[in-house]
Each structure stands twice: as C-alpha cells, then as structure tokens.
Design a protein around this ligand. Structure first.
Ligand SMILES: [Zn+2]
Length: 149
C-alpha cells in the first residue's frame, strides 16, 4: 500500500497531509468559551486564547491523550506546563471539536502505516499545530512547495 504523502519529513518532524488537515479544527477550539479564558488554579495566570496558552506554556509528554474509553464519550486531554510548574489540562470533547474522533482514527492509521508509536505521531502533529497557531505558519503553504500535487 502507498504510504501517506509526507509533507514535513525531518528526523524530528514527520506529519502527513491527512493529519495536517486537522490543524484548523484544533485552531478553532480558540473560539470555545468552555475552554478560554483558561486560568491556572495554582498561580492565577489567565490565558485569554488558545494562542496565548500555547505560547506561554510548555508541552508535557505526549501532549494529547485520547481518554474516550475511560470517559465513555469522545474526550481528549491536552497537557501543558504553566510557567509556575503546574500541569494544566484542557478537556476537549466531541461537542467542542466534532472532528476529534476522525483525528484519532487518522493518528492510529498513520502510526500503523509509518510503524511509529501513537505518541510519536501525536508529538509531531502537536509541534506543527503549535507552530501554526502561535506563529500563523500555515502548513498548507508548505504543501504548495512540494513537488507532488
Ligand atoms: Zn500557574
């Protein structure tokens, strides 16, 4: 079977076009009042938007965890470190992000096709996603630079 077309292929960052399509869905959670502004209960720091949140916090481990089995509904936890050291968690549900289930299906399939762990696939995706949301670097621009249609 053909491998998914790789858009970004460096030793650290491998992410397929199929996964990158979900970046816009993640960027859209910015608009959800259920998530932002987000306050750190330890130091009181307030993150007004998703971009602020990503800019001012540091990713923790694999960042995104699919907790749908435990929660018995579409449910993803996003882990980041507040500058104060506290672990912040964003809970993203299917109501907040309808594409969430499709995202995890794409992650699992990419992990299988590429023989990489889900953790690695998620990490590469989050790095590209963070860059897009923080710096406005649109990965679809990168796609145009490729030699494949
Ligand atoms: Zn804090």
């Amino acid at each position: 079977m053909a491998k998914p077309e790789l858009l970004i292929d460096t030793p650290l960052l491998v992410c397929s076009a199929r996964l990158l399509a979900f970046i816009r869905a993640f960027a859209a959670i910015d608009a959800h009042a259920a998530l932002f502004p987000k306050e750190c209960r330890t130091c009181g720091r307030v993150f007004q938007s998703f971009a602020d949140y990503l800019r001012e916090t540091k990713p923790k481990g694999h960042v995104l965890e699919d907790c749908s089995d435990v929660m018995r509904k579409t449910y993803t936890m996003m882990y980041r470190h507040c500058p104060c050291g506290n672990t912040l968690v964003l809970s993203v549900t299917g109501e907040i992000m309808p594409e969430l289930e499709d995202f995890w299906t794409a992650v699992r399939e990419e992990a299988e096709t590429e023989e990489r762990s889900i953790r690695e696939v998620v990490k590469a995706f989050s790095e590209v996603c963070d860059d897009f949301i923080i710096n406005g670097r649109d990965p679809t621009d990168l796609q145009d630079m490729g030699d494949q249609e």
